[in-house]
Design a binder for this molecule. Sequence first.
Ligand code: SF4
Ligand code: MG
Length: 314
Amino acid sequence: GQDLVGRMLSRFGLERPPRRVHAVEEVSLTIREGEVVGVVGESGCGKSTLGRMIADILQPTTGEILHRGRPLGARRREKGAGLAVQMIFQDPFSSLNPRKRVGALIGEAPKVHGIVAREDLDDYVESLMERCGIDLAYKGRFAHQFSGGQRQRIGIARALAVKPELLVCDEAVSALDVSIQAQIVNLFMDLREELGLTYLFISHDLGVVEHVCDRVLVMYLGRIVESGPAAEIFRAPNHPYTKALLAGVPRIERRRTAYEPIEGDMPSPLAPPPGCRFHPRCPFATARCREETPALREIAPGRLSACHLNDATA
Ligand code: SF4
Ligand code: MG
């Protein structure tokens, strides 16, 4: 498909005096229209920061994010065009006024952005509720009266109301019971079919990522260390960090894995190790790894990995 989001984000910094922390560095990625791209990595690896930049909630300090070749946000300034990217959080209501009724929550943004005429707003809200599997009888209720799964459906309807092309889902199903998780994942996939949506699916749940994603990005300490088709990465991970991450997944079919689960804690992003950032935890680290940063480069068509071990076989 066409490139929906293309970018060169070289650095994203959070100002935290006295020093600047780069939560995400030298990340370059493209998301194609209709793709479901997974982002995995331990907490603190920068995956949420990356998602927030792509959703236009945080601005990179250097670099840029393009949507259909134009700077992200350009569409925002066109009346009635909606917003290109929406973010779905673990709990969409943690930051919202609990005194607003469901209908008002869903209808708020399309009203503000002039997406539908005032007289059509009611029908529009109802069509979104139906699409997301929310009983129309709930329109006048307050969001806090709902269970996690229903709240997530309301959050999704609210996001869809501004006609996004890309949904950034940050641990969107992580807090839900397994059976509810499956329902919400199915809703995401139905919406993908019906609306041609594209997804960036950030999750620490590798099982869900393997199930829903076409392509996966593996992040470690603010950098992408491996990327490629999900099926290939899960079958044959290349980067030692990806191998360790997968080995840590308690799944029967992976019990016979040749890899050891990950050891130790992720170092602080305040003081990333020199060379390969994974070297303090990597069983294959050499002197070179401690000094030289491995470049993310193609190891097979559509697959990238940042590890010196690939030089021997290149
Ligand atoms: Fe391990 Fe070296 Fe590869 Fe880094 S570059 S993952 S330390 S082998
Ligand atoms: Mg996070």
